[in-house]
Every structure is written in C-alpha cells, then in structure tokens.
Design a protein. Structure first.
Lengths: 154, 154
DNA sequence: CCAAATTTGTTTGTATACGAATGATACGCT
DNA sequence: AGCGTATCATTCGTATACAAACAAATTTGG
C-alpha cells in the first residue's frame, strides 16, 4: 500500500528515463493493429477465418503441396496447420491424398468448391487490405509495408 | 484440373492489376511480425505470457480496477481478460476483492508477489521492445511506431 | 418509483497458436 | 545393408481470442 505506484521515475528536468508505458510498446500496438485487421476481415469475409483464407489462397497460388509445407508457406507450425486443414476438409474445401513416393506425406489440394470459393473471395480480400490501410496515405502505406516487412523478417 | 492456376492475370505490358499475393498483404505480414515479437518475448520472459505481462503492467500503472475495465485498458474482451486474471490469481500474482458499492464488480489489484515480479520484469520488457525493433534504424523506428499506431487506432 | 436498457462478470463453443512428445517413414553415411 | 538422424503427421496440454447467451446488479427514462 505504501509503495509508490504508477510509472517509473522521470529524471529531474529531462525526458523520461526508463519509464515503461505499455501502450507505447511495439508488441502491444502490433497486437491492437492485428485486432483491427481481424475485425475488418471478419466483417467482410464471413465464410472463412484469416488462417483458413491464407491456406486456401496459398493452395490456389502453388497448387498441391504437403500439409507441413503448406504450413511453412503460410507461417503456421505443424499442429496449427493441421487444425486449419481439418476444418477445411470437413467443409470439403480441400482434398487430401496420400503422397505417392513418401508414405509420411499428405498431399493437400483445392476441391472444386474450394477453388470456386477462393476465386470469389480474392477481390474481397484485396478490399480488406485496403480498408486496413485506409488510415494511411498511399505514401505512408508504402513506407509502412516496407518497414513492417523488415520487422517481420527480423 | 484444367483450370489455370497461380496468380491472377497480369495486364499486357503494365503493372500487375489485381494480382493477389498473400505474402504482400498487410494482415499476413502483421501476423508474422507479431509472431516474431512473441518469440522474442518468450525467449526473454519465461515467467509470463505477453497478455499476462500486459495485465500486470497495467495494474502496476493504474492500481486497482475492475476486471472488465482492466480488460479495456489492455484491449481484451471480458471473456479473455477473465481467463488471464484467473491464471494470474491461481499463481497469487493478483488479488480479487468485491467492490464496495457495486456488487457486480470484482476489484483486481497486484499482490506483493505480483508487484515484485512486474518490477523485476519491466527492464526486460524494454529490451524485448528494443530487440523487436532492432531491424530498424532509430529513424525508421520512430516512423514505424507512428504509422503503426495510426493503423491500430483506425 | 418502476420498467427497460445497460453494465459486469460468467460460461460455452469454436478457432487459432505453439511447445513437447510420439510413431512411422525416409534419408545420409559409412 | 544398416544405423543414426531427420522429416511428416498426429496428439496432448496450455493459453489466448472472440461471439453469443445468461444471471445478477445497477442505471436510466418516463
């Protein structure tokens, strides 16, 4: 109770030293930006979640691949991509086949329904990106995407 | 099978028109940037998850508040903040008390252990932010944080 | 003052995420 | 050939996230 609360001390007449303000930390703002994007996505595309959309879009782009490889392409680990594929499979949006030469692998590809759906949704997805970036000017958008990619790559 | 695969068509001699490249979409890169940050966080702070840290840090900042209000401060909905608080409570890092005048409310505050822990972790958390932003120059960092905040706010 | 609307917290159900462990299979290298 | 290692998929456990439905308590509007 007697302990001083709130931000860490601020230097006598200078700038704040090691004050920790949660709402200024990259991680926190990144999470909020992500939340806003997910909300926009959900409001425009109700048929799929973003991870499900990513998996279908990638399949559309590269054709058939193994489950794990698809996971790598969409940045999901083995356990996560499995759940996503399972749910897409349950809706017959993807087809699973055993791999010919490698009996460990499961080859995933789009079903006709999956292809039709993703083709219909691609234009919507572009609008999701646009709406997400709407608070920025075109110039800012270019800068932002460049820096964000740099950050994501490490 | 006979359907053309891959990216959408590209205009005759010009720039790509409405080609959809998943790896260039804001949402996808945001998610990857977030993944990298979470990984850095986990490697430096093993005692708490980012949401748990956020809740404790905010409690440290603002003192006692109701559960839902804390949720708003750290951008988590009622169901999510409840789970986070439950787990912090199970480890005796926070204390829950009934609110005096409003019998619906639950007042959350730091326990002594919670305060000690968060005070010890705050410097580490600053380093997490630094490491996350390490791929950018100081100038780029300033720009990035400004634009990211703009995006997160909407 | 009282009925309606709102707020607070809880619960349930679904969907990511990821570490860790496991079984089956494939591969590298001697 | 054979053995150790690596890969692929699966499973388990834990922890966010959020929509939706609810009960209890409070606030508001007439």
């Amino acid at each position: 109770m007697s302990v001083e609360q709130g931000k860490l001390r601020v230097l006598a007449g200078g700038k704040s030293a090691d004050a920790y303000d949660l709402s200024e930390q990259v991680g926190f703002i990144l999470r909020k930006a992500n939340q806003r994007h997910l909300s926009i996505f959900a409001s425009r595309i109700s048929e799929l979640t973003p991870p499900q959309f990513a998996a279908l879009a990638k399949l559309y782009e590269v054709g058939a691949t193994s489950q794990n490889q698809l996971g790598q392409l969409v940045a999901m680990d083995a356990a996560t991509i499995k759940g996503v594929i399972d749910r897409l499979k349950a809706r017959d949006l993807v087809v699973l086949k055993p791999h010919g030469r490698d009996r460990r692998r499961l080859v995933v590809s789009l079903s006709e329904e999956g292809r039709t759906l993703i083709e219909a949704l691609l234009p919507e997805a572009l609008e999701v990106s646009e709406e997400t970036l709407a608070p920025l000017t075109p110039r800012e958008t270019a800068t932002f995407l460049r820096l964000l990619a740099k950050l994501a790559e490490g």
